[in-house]
Design a protein around this ligand. Structure first.
Ligand SMILES: NC(=O)c1ccc[n+]([C@@H]2O[C@H](COP(=O)([O-])OP(=O)(O)OC[C@H]3O[C@@H](n4cnc5c(N)ncnc54)[C@H](O)[C@@H]3O)[C@@H](O)[C@H]2O)c1
Ligand SMILES: [Zn+2]
Ligand SMILES: [Zn+2]
Length: 370
């Protein structure tokens, strides 16, 4: 079938992207869902820094690629063997499929699925090649982003890449559950695990960090502290309930027992590590460029009995955790709508990546039905 999707043909085009246009919305050919796959009509998709990192070349991927991994949509067709979803049902995409059988999949979310990680790296669809081609004489294959490729009117994904979310959750909120909330929320609840007497510090208050912040605010702690290089983010964090906010330069000796880094720069990891109290835990969520290096003082790990945890996908089992976040939202305990700073159209993606690079937005969400 013919679809429209935002294809990235070249990384590291100069800023502003509004001018250099790294993404172009094109007509594409989407194959039918094969065994174990699902065709989704997209209703909403969030713009995450992990998409930007492909555009700006920080996380190089094979091209041309159809980006986007944080999406919500409606099931339109089921491939053979998919018998636990229904046509018309709302689903949310997650950015790492779980085969459910490898050794890593048996670690309760701590480790990323091995074959899922391999197909994500190759830009193929889990666990079976690709589905999207250019609609021209070449018919060349367009690679998939993180098994999802949701910056398009439709997507074919593996059943292992979607989680159903009931229709009472609006599409824009459902989309954000799939990456920002799963990642930021899980970094707090599954990785950092603060106790009621622990302060929680969040370094980096974009979509993922702000999701970590509202999650930490939804449980009993000794207070939530926000840190960001952009003072506007600090104002927002205070409005949402942070007790104290700082730029990295203002932090001084301020520490917390649980510090969650949600930036993706080597310097921000150093900030988070330094701000971790004796006996405390630094959770790192950001994805810096592969050659980035941080300088820390390793003896403090030993002498101060500290822990560093890397958390991918919120150390989560998405099918278990996404319905929990949806329920917390329903109960008014997790104001996910506060993460959505802008509603945009598929055609606005280049401008959206400029805004995300500038750090002026939290989550921009494409509304496919506008
Ligand atoms: N681990 C995972 O599973 C996972 C999932 C999703 C995203 N990520 C990664 O998490 C990171 C954050 O993603 P996002 O979409 O929230 O990004 P974002 O761009 O929305 O947010 C980053 C925030 O960090 C702030 N910042 C920049 N430099 C800083 C510094 N030195 N100190 C403090 N704050 C600083 C920016 O002002 C911005 O508010 C990215 O690296 C992304 O690739 C990881
Ligand atoms: Zn993401
Ligand atoms: Zn697996």
């Amino acid at each position: 079938m013919k679809i429209h999707g935002a294809v990235l043909r070249e990384m590291q085009r100069p800023r502003p992207f509004a001018q250099s246009q790294p993404m172009s919305v094109e007509t594409l050919e989407l194959d039918e869902p094969g065994p174990g796959e699902v065709l989704i009509r997209m209703t909403a998709a969030g713009v995450c820094h992990s998409d930007l990192s492909v555009v700006d070349g920080n996380r190089p991927r094979p091209l041309p690629m159809l980006l986007g991994h944080e999406g919500a949509g409606v099931v339109e067709k089921l491939g053979d063997g998919v018998d636990d979803l229904e046509i018309g049902q709302q689903v949310v995409t997650v950015f790492l499929p779980r085969c459910g059988e490898c050794a890593n999949c048996r670690t309760d979310g701590k480790l990323p699925c091995t074959p899922g990680s391999a197909t994500n790296g190759a830009g193929t669809l889990p666990f079976d090649g690709h589905k999207v081609r250019l609609h021209d004489d070449t018919g060349a294959e367009v690679l998939h982003h993180l098994g999802a490729s949701v910056f398009a009117t439709h997507a074919v994904v593996n059943r292992a890449s979607v989680v159903p979310v009931d229709d009472d959750v609006p599409a824009s909120i459902a989309a954000v559950l799939g990456c920002a909330v799963l990642t930021g929320g899980g970094a707090v609840l599954n990785a950092g695990r603060p106790g009621p007497d622990d302060e929680v510090m969040i370094v980096g208050l974009g979509g993922v960090g702000m999701a970590a912040l509202i999650t930490a605010l939804s449980i009993e702690t000794a207070g939530v502290i926000g840190v960001d290089a952009n003072p506007d983010k600090l104002v927002r964090a205070k409005e949402l309930g942070a007790v104290e906010v700082y730029t990295p330069e203002q932090l001084g000796q301020r520490t917390a027992p649980i510090v969650i880094e949600c930036v993706g720069h080597a310097r921000a990891f150093e900030t988070a590590f330094t701000a971790t109290a004796v006996g405390g835990t630094t959770v790192t969520v950001g994805l810096p460029a592969p050659d980035a290096q941080s300088h820390i003082t390793p003896v403090t790990l030993t002498a101060e009995a500290r822990t560093v945890i890397g958390s991918y996908l919120g150390s989560a089992v998405p099918s278990r955790d996404i319905p929990v976040y949806a329920q917390l939202w329903r109960e008014g305990k997790l104001p996910v709508e506060e993460l959505i700073s802008d509603t945009i159209k598929l055609n606005d993606l280049n401008e959206a990546f400029d805004a995300l690079s500038d750090g002026t937005v939290v989550r921009q969400v494409i509304d496919f039905e506008a």
